[in-house]
Design a protein around this ligand. Structure first.
Ligand code: ADP
Length: 605
């Protein structure tokens, strides 16, 4: 059953979804249930003791010769022993029950997180490009989902189950003591349920909106943290703070309205409970006064205490309802991720021994999940062992072509093949093993420089790492750091991090290389060095390069010029330049911006 986040989760659906996570711990559940049952029996002891004690003391006082102290002491000693033993056993039972319940919660929470991380890693890129799945929103859905679902498991075994078992036992004892008293208690329950249900219905929308609000706040804070330098440089602190304030204020109103409703209904239910208690007292007193068989003065306390055991879970009902409603809302988002089967990255089975690197795009049409129609009817050949450059202004669709070749996204129209096999037939892991991707900004992971270089090839030796660092012209700089290769990679500058990414590719040594503006963030010396090392690695491989650097484009064997998602020119750099058009415009503008004439003059001085 594939559920999307928009599917409304039912209680039954929630239980079905959560059961697989509880099943491995069935013995823990069984042990918790045994303690629950013992605990529920213990909960009735006070009522029984009080009933017997009042009647026994009453009988003593009625004796003609006055109170017999020996008998009184015996009664008091029995009461003390029973109540103390009950407390000791109760404490042990509560400890075991809470500990086991908590253990269950922690284990289920751990399994839920493991499962969701595994699932998130298996999803295709288009899932993350959807507006509902922005990082902050996704993080909030995952965090709150795990918290709420594991709490549900805990609530169920530690709170709901003991309370309801105790309520049912108390009700049985009330019926056993007197049918009428039992009936009064039984009649109050549906009224409680009815009121609680109205309360839950009224508050559901509010709670759902609060959940949405939490996600928006979370996303807002994340985007502030991510853009701190830009915010400060444009002095936008106040505007950003005001934007957050608007979000928070609307949340506050919603939260207060929800609380108001909640307090109103809680008051109403307390009132109903008191009415129930009064009715029980009046009825029992009437039965005692009319000498109803089996009725004694002790029964008044007995019934009131039993009724309190019956009403205790009902008093908690709204909280349980709230928790359940939260769990239902959070479960929608959480299991929406776990059940996003249609978003799991597809893979084929084709795993050739050797990859040549002949790509062929045939009438490819692609639109991002957000609705941007990025590529229109693109057909191109990217031959093996050659350098192909993608040229065009920003937003033309160059990176999108690479995204499709790497199978990050799938085209809605047309087809893409590699070495004559459709990309869908390719085993995705095998495909990516054979592709080296260097982006304009590459992610550096927490950890040492060595670990970062080794990222794509965990088995590489230290010598391999050193060789790759030399090829990427970063070795000398690494050796100057106090801890050399053991230094944390996040301390490196942008340009250095870029060369770590290039070293990663050297170590991976793939037959196909995609370079998406690899030198955009480097200084001139580094760019020249990187160009030299990229030239070295290019030999005999399929290279697709996107660059604004004319020096890198004219080295290409073939170029494709893109404009607003359309292919407008193609051919060797010289022929396309001679054709005129967009490529010539870009080329000339680039030369002018570099002030080539003056540079040439300066070099000849
Ligand atoms: P280029 O690499 O030529 O600068 P891109 O391929 O990155 O251009 O982008 C092409 C179009 O697709 C642009 O309009 C861009 O806004 C859009 N786009 C790029 N990435 C995404 C994404 N992840 N989600 C939605 N739209 C995107």
């Amino acid at each position: 059953m594939a559920e999307t986040p928009s599917t409304r989760m039912t209680l039954w659906g929630l239980l079905q979804n959560i059961l697989p996570f509880v099943r491995p711990y069935r013995w823990l559940v069984a042990a918790t249930l045994v303690f629950t049952l013992i605990g529920s029996l213990m909960a009735q002891v006070n009522a029984v003791v009080l009933d017997r004690a009042v009647d026994a003391i009453n009988a003593l006082m009625q004796q003609p010769g006055g109170v017999v102290w020996k008998a009184a002491v015996r009664i008091l000693a029995t009461i003390s022993i029973v109540l103390l033993s009950k407390e000791v056993i109760g404490a042990i039972v509560t400890f075991c029950q809470r500990y086991l319940g908590e253990r269950l919660r922690i284990l289920v929470s751990r399994d839920l997180s493991l499962k969701v991380v595994e699932r998130v890693l298996s999803l295709r890129m288009s899932f993350f490009a959807e507006a509902d799945n922005e990082t902050g929103r996704l993080q909030s859905r995952i965090d709150r989902g795990i918290m709420s679902l594991s709490n549900t498991v805990n609530n169920f075994f530690i709170e709901i189950l003991p309370l309801f078992t105790s309520a049912i036992l108390a009700l049985v004892l009330m019926f056993a003591a007197n049918v009428y008293v039992g009936l009064v208690a039984l009649c109050i329950i549906p009224i409680y349920f009815w009121v609680t249900n109205i309360q839950a219905q009224r508050m559901k929308g509010g709670r759902r909106n609060i959940f949405g609000g939490h996600q928006a706040v979370s996303q807002g804070i994340l985007s502030i943290l991510e853009s701190m330098a830009v915010i400060k440089s444009f002095n936008r602190q106040k505007i950003e703070a005001d934007r957050q304030a608007d979000l928070q204020l609307s949340m506050t109103d919603l939260q207060l309205a929800t609380r108001r409703q909640s307090y109103f209904f809680n008051g109403l239910k307390s009132f109903l409970e008191q009415i129930g208690t009064v009715l029980i007292i009046i009825l029992t007193a009437y039965l005692v006064l009319t000498d109803y068989p089996g009725m004694s003065i002790g029964k008044i306390m007995y019934h009131v205490m039993l009724f309190s055991n019956v009403s205790a879970p009902i008093r908690q009902l709204h909280r349980i309802y709230d928790d359940m409603n939260d769990a239902l809302i959070y479960a929608e988002g959480f299991f929406g991720i776990l059940h996003a089967d249609k978003d799991v990255e597809a893979t084929g089975t084709y795993r050739p021994k050797q990859v040549h690197g002949d790509f062929c795009l045939n009438h490819v049409d692609f639109t991002y999940p957000g609705g941007t129609h990025a590529l229109h009817d693109i057909s191109m050949n990217i031959p093996a062992g050659k350098i192909t450059a993608l040229v065009g202004l920003s937003g033309a669709g160059k990176s999108t072509v690479i995204n499709l070749l790497d199978k990050f996204y799938q085209p809605q129209g047309g087809s893409i093949s590699l070495d004559g096999h459709d990309l869908n037939e390719w085993d995705t892991e095998c495909l990516r093993e054979n592709i080296g991707l260097v982006l304009q900004k590459n992610h550096i992971f927490e950890g040492s420089i060595e670990d970062n270089i080794r990222y794509g090839q965990p088995n590489a030796t230290h010598e391999d790492v050193v060789r790759a660092a030399r090829q990427a012209f970063i070795y000398d700089q690494i050796m100057q750091l106090p801890n050399g290769f053991k230094t944390s990679a996040t301390q490196l500058s942008g340009g250095q991090q870029q060369r770590i990414a290039i070293a990663r590719m050297f170590i991976k040594n793939p037959p196909i290389i995609f370079l998406d503006e690899p030198t955009a963030s480097l200084d001139a010396i580094a760019t020249e060095q990187i160009k030299a090392s990229i030239d070295a690695i290019k030999a005999g491989r399929t290279v697709v390069i996107i660059s604004h650097n004319i020096g890198q484009i004219i080295d290409a064997d073939y170029i494709y010029v893109l404009q607003n998602g359309h292919l407008v020119q193609s051919g060797t750099p010289e022929t396309v330049y001679r054709e005129g058009g967009l490529y010539k415009d870009i080329f000339d503008a680039s030369a002018r911006s570099m002030n080539v004439d003056k540079i040439a003059n300066a070099m000849h001085v």
